[in-house]
Design a protein. Structure first.
Length: 147
């Protein structure tokens, strides 16, 4: 298992325009594991026979599996450990298939001093295709004061 490398940024460290990306190769075992964790056993994700008869022509990853890659960026890279999700909007634009490489990215688009919050533009791409986009708001920890 390959986990994203972590970095901890504090509110005082971040600025508008900062961007981080996490790349993930979608494996069948990831999709099966997500189905087990989430309880979403829709056969479009798990059965090649069933999924072949759908407009997608084959199995696809859960939309929220793809969205969870955004969470990975927020929780490990930007801003990183200690960040607290406040809200997230999502728009699913195209399917993610087993074997795809997904690039999940977040970019800081606004900083709000009160409450040390940041608004983020989020997107996931497979190649040049945007498969998911949305916005998030997170609370970012303050830099610890020296003792």
């Amino acid at each position: 298992m390959t986990l994203p490398e972590t970095q901890s940024l504090y509110f005082e460290d971040v600025q508008v325009g900062m961007r981080e990306t996490y790349r993930k190769h979608v494996r069948s075992s990831d999709v099966v594991g997500f189905a087990e964790i989430s309880g979403d056993r829709n056969p479009i994700h798990l059965s090649e026979h069933f999924a072949a008869k759908t407009p997608f022509g084959g199995r696809i990853a859960h939309g929220l599996y793809t969205a969870s890659l955004i969470s990975a960026v927020i929780g490990t890279r930007l801003p990183g450990p200690g960040a607290i999700y406040i809200s997230q909007t999502l728009r699913f634009l195209a399917p993610v298939r087993i074997g795809d490489e997904v690039d999940a990215s977040v970019e800081i688009v606004e900083l709000i001093e009160k409450g040390r919050r940041a608004k983020l533009k989020c997107e996931c791409r497979v190649g040049e295709t945007i498969v998911l986009e949305g916005d998030a708001e997170v609370k970012i920890p303050a830099k610890p004061t020296p003792a």
